[in-house]
Design a protein around this ligand. Sequence first.
Ligand code: NA7
Length: 544
Amino acid sequence: SPAQAREAYDVVVVGAGFAGMYMLHRLRGLGFSARVYEQGGGVGGTWYWNRYPGARCDVESMQYSYSFSEELQQEWDWSERYAPQAEILKYANHVADRFDLRRDIQFDTRVERAVFDEQANAWSVKISDGKMVEAKFVVLATGCLSNARKPDIQGLDNFKGPVYHTGNWPHEPVDFAGLRVGLIGTGSSGIQSAPIIAEQARHLTVFQRTANFSIPARNAALTDEERNAFRNNYPEIRRFAREIARNGIHAEQPDRGALDDSEDARRAKYKARWDRGGLTFMSAYNNLGLDLAANDTAANYVRSKITEIVKDATTAKLLQPNSHPIGTKRICIDTDYFATFNRPNVSLVDIKTNPIEEITANAVRVAGTDHEVDALVLATGFDAMTGSVARIDIRGRGGRTLNQKWAEGPKTYLGLMSAGFPNLFIITGPGSPSVLSNMIVSIEQHVDWIADCLVHMRQQGLATMEAGGEAEDKWVAHVNEIAHGTLYPQANSWYMGANIPGKPRIFMPYIGGVGIYRRICDEVAAKGYEGFVMTRAEQPRRVV
Ligand code: NA7
């Protein structure tokens, strides 16, 4: 048969970011044959594409790093509290070399289609060089923020100057010297890049639709002492991040609500966290994500800091977020973002009251005024969590596509599998903590769980595994129920799919915390993969 001539693997992995690389490493160690396809020209996933000026991780480097190898975590030297993109990419390349991963990764290659063959119990995978390969299992390690979204703004294609997207930045350096630059978007990418572009450009005009909350990073070089404090305590730090911290980051945990403190005590606490910088601002109290009155105290503190920093009162007012509770859109971590608006060469244009009418050959037109620019930077975000999966034509049982199944929102069991799509795993998929956590903690947990599961299937002689429909429905309902017990659904965020016109509004990540989630996954496995349906090759499928 023609199938005999095809390349065949136990596992095809889609993507060579942090998830795909670790998956490959585990599979090899267990004796599975695996092939990774990566659309980029190198490893690193999101850190390969997001090369915009100022790009950094907002989780501290000593924690945004793999824990699976003791030698790796002891030997790698992070230079700063928050590593810049180039250093994270260097780390990804170091890992690829150190564990000799490249020989099983095919770069510059997209997976275009994956069709489940119900007779063979295997996936038939079409890759962009035209080849078909066969795999018993497919693992989607496609990332959550990897499908850069170009906005539908009238006239964008008529613009004569260069147009850059932060999520798909050129590899060669971009020089803004002497140019008037227009920046559209004030999420994390816009907020990180604005201060650097402002230093280079003749003029920077920031077009703001939604003002965002941002906390200073207080980035600095790491001292040996700081590095050693982590290295000497890694077992405990990593355990805490995995099992205790809701977001997979080792930090002091709040023991009280914001309204339990007096106003003075509260301000002192917010000040201490503002001065220290970073994401832990949001864990000053344990109810900031739950109680609007508590949330307001933190939001008001940040608004007061914006007033303090920004000299022009009108600009300060515009920069104050007022459309969502703090933290319900991903909080930003910045270096001098608000102070950038004190520069004489920076201006802010409100495009909430008056949306961009049109982009012309050399200007952005708002409320009848042409703001002339020589270059445009789109920091307009991603089709998050499902966008990259949706670009692959995935067909499960009965030829049904995953896009058809997910038309009203992604449905998974534990974020790991979707009913009707046997032997197809997703790493950090919708329905798992994913983007609400330190991604590397969540990636390692998923990869280890999938690896254990494949070993179990091999030992038991199982041919297929898939999410049971009932378990999936219950999980989807549970994920929604806990999200709706929080303030998060009050924001039009990419967590909700709200940044993509027409995308169903479903709160996608699991918000219960990485520790609880891990326990649930472990219990499911311990109970013989409860809720999943397994078949042997010779058995007809049990109908659930
Ligand atoms: P985000 O957080 O999705 O931010 C995108 C920004 O672009 C946000 O301010 C949007 O305004 C704005 N936007 C999007 N489309 C438009 C159009 N059509 N017109 C004007 N403004 C627009 O993406 P980032 O890349 O900054 O960050 C993504 C994540 O990466 C971040 O959370 C970190 O986890 C890392 P809106 O808020 O929708 O009104």
